[in-house]
Ligand binder design. Structure first.
Ligand code: TXA
Ligand code: MG
Length: 340
């Protein structure tokens, strides 16, 4: 199949591109589109055949449910059995925005969307192009990140093209996704609210609105509960190039590998302390966690495309504001990070 790029612009041509993308979705086809976090791979969430195409295109395991995107809170409430007060409060505070809520599903949500489970994940994206597409299509849109399964998420249309060209019908190109990392996923279906995936909306911000929130990674680590969400799978969001994440000594590691004749790249955060030699392929992301998130995947995609033997990451600080970025970097880390 040929993947067409539909370019969103604020004129008639852009509106035509939007209409075309919406028509494809209504016909059960796959369209990647920008959100404020990363690009999503969209299909009509109420059409089981269309959602099946998402799994095929991504090579996504059938046990990993997808997020349903809706244009507003009222549309979300229609897809769940009950819309509790915690969801109401969170939606008022954070939607549209990068928070995904998990609740017991209503019967019209196809099994394939929830991977056969009893809950559904819902989110109102904050990107104007995503919202316009949802309104134009007039149906909830199921959309995981628009990348092959376990690989880096895309923040530009060209990242999507590299990963999914020939496997999807269209990409609605609305420019780079500025948030940069995926939404915070919060499970509201159990007795206490639990973060399944950290994101740019922090635990502290959620707790301001609904009180104490659990942290799934800790619950799982402490053996108090089995795996809750396949998105917690350790290896996820990874570059093809072996990737090694170090708390300390990253620059020294790079220099010593280079002396051994290896092609090594470095990713680091904040002001360079001791920059490796000019010939080292490197990316320095900002010292501010929000700004760093915005450029994280693009930096990893670029390093991944540079033909390196190894990517070395100097981890950012172990503080709350870096939690989501540290989570994604840990998942990008290759076991053992053996050199080829
Ligand atoms: O920012 C985002 O969330 C992006 C944009 C496109 O919205 N989407 C995204 O989707 O990251 P995906 O499929 O790559 O990640 C969704 C995560 C996965 O970890 C999945 O396992 C989890 O949410 N998830 C989805 N439905 C779930 C459910 N019913 N119960 C538990 N986890 C669920
Ligand atoms: Mg993903």
């Amino acid at each position: 199949m040929e993947t067409v790029v539909l370019k969103w612009t604020e004129d008639n041509a852009g509106r035509e591109a939007m209409r075309h993308a919406a028509e494809l979705l209504k016909k059960g086809r796959l369209v990647a589109f920008p959100t404020e976090t990363v690009y999503g791979l969209g299909a009509d969430a109420l059409n089981a055949d269309a959602v099946a195409r998402i799994y095929a295109a991504k090579g996504r395991p059938a046990n990993n449910p997808v997020i349903v995107h809706v244009p507003d809170e009222a549309s979300a409430a229609k897809l769940v059995g009950d819309w509790p007060s915690a969801a109401q409060l969170l939606a008022k505070r954070f939607w549209p925005g990068s928070l995904t809520l998990i609740l017991p599903r209503a019967s019209q949500v196809p099994d394939i969307v929830t991977a056969g489970g009893s809950t559904v994940a819902l989110r109102v994206p904050a990107h104007p192009v995503a919202l316009a597409l949802l309104r134009e299509a007039g149906t909830p849109i199921a959309a995981p990140s628009a990348n092959r399964s376990t690989r880096l998420s895309p923040t530009t249309a060209s990242h999507v093209m590299r990963s999914l060209r020939g496997r999807i019908d269209a990409i609605l190109d609305g420019g780079p996704a500025v948030g940069g990392i995926e939404s915070t996923v919060l499970d509201l279906s159990g007795p206490s609210a639990c973060i399944l995936r950290p994101g740019l909306i922090s635990k502290a911000e959620l707790e301001e609105v609904i009180g104490p929130v659990q942290d799934a990674s800790r619950v799982v680590r402490e053996g108090r509960k089995p795996m809750l969400s396949p998105g917690l799978m350790a290896r996820h969001y990874s570059p093809h190039t072996p990737t090694e994440c170090l708390e300390e000594g990253a620059r020294e590691r790079v220099e010593s590998l280079k002396r051994d004749g290896r092609k090594v790249g470095l990713l680091c955060f904040g002001e360079p302390r001791a920059m490796p030699s000019a010939t080292t392929q490197h990316a320095v992301l900002p010292a501010d966690a929000g700004e760093a998130a915005s450029g994280l995947y693009a930096a990893l995609h670029d390093l991944d495309d540079a033909g390196l033997d190894l990517i070395v990451v100097e981890m950012p600080p172990k503080t709350a504001e870096w939690a989501a970025i540290r989570d994604r970097l840990r998942r990008a880390h290759s076991p053992g990070a053996e050199l080829p």
